[in-house]
Write a protein that binds this ligand. Sequence first.
Ligand code: TA6
Length: 288
Amino acid sequence: GVTVCEDKNLIQVRLETPTSSCSIYLNGAHVSSFIVNGVQQFFLSEKSAYEPKKAIRGGIPLIYPQFGPGNIQTHGFARNMQWSIKSTFSEGNGTIGIKFELKDDDYSRNIWPNSFRALYSVILHPAHLELRFSNKNTDIKPWNYQLAFHTYYSISNIQNVHVEGLSQYEFIDKMKKAQKFTESRQNVTIQEEVDRVYVSIKPDTPIVLVDQSNQHKIILKSENLNDAVVWNPWVDKSKAMADFGDLEYPNMICIEAGQIEKPKLLSPGEKQCHKHFIFPSSKQSPSL
Ligand code: TA6
């Protein structure tokens, strides 16, 4: 089912199936929780703000129309604008979905002088989450955009996890002056601050987060998203973030599906749709 309620002074929508649930704030159309068989898949910082126009630290910040620093504010404005509910729906086999809409307004045009309409659907399946982002150029001139689902995963401990599926891909290493390297490891592990954009990932390449200590895996697949970010702030960056605890970094990892290295160009009237799928699988019994 679908319920709308107030949570931390923000409007929140809750989707439920018999085996899964998902919570989304209208502020940023921000997915903050995804529970499957009693297990919370996402990390949320204890120190996150929950205020209009502020990004929530955790869950899935929706990064649009710009990734990272650049002409407009870092990671764009979609994650701190108020989205509206366009519809709720089911696509059969136990799914429950909700579609949010965002259009340009004075606030966005003041930051990014382009007319757009974005539709973002969050579809809760019995054991996985599906995200669909579609945007249309409603302007009279072309513009380009980047997009990323900046997902924070909850993990037992950063020492016990690795990421599979990235070997042989090139990546832009933000920790090394954005130089490009090639990933040689089958299992990508994290022992320091990591901030990398893996680029030109073949379609249908599953990226797998493996948490050995609780035998938990999360399989990620995307359509029309060519890049994937792996990020952990580690010690110093954690201290530099006011909305992130100094000792939280061992319990999270960001693996983000995005269109980053090559922004998409949209002509007037043109639309583009991007999809991302999050499949947890766990041998552990549901947490009581
Ligand atoms: O996705 C990684 C990254 O680009 C890092 O460079 C770090 O800045 C992170 O995003 C968080 O950015 P935020 O603006 O949410 O604090």
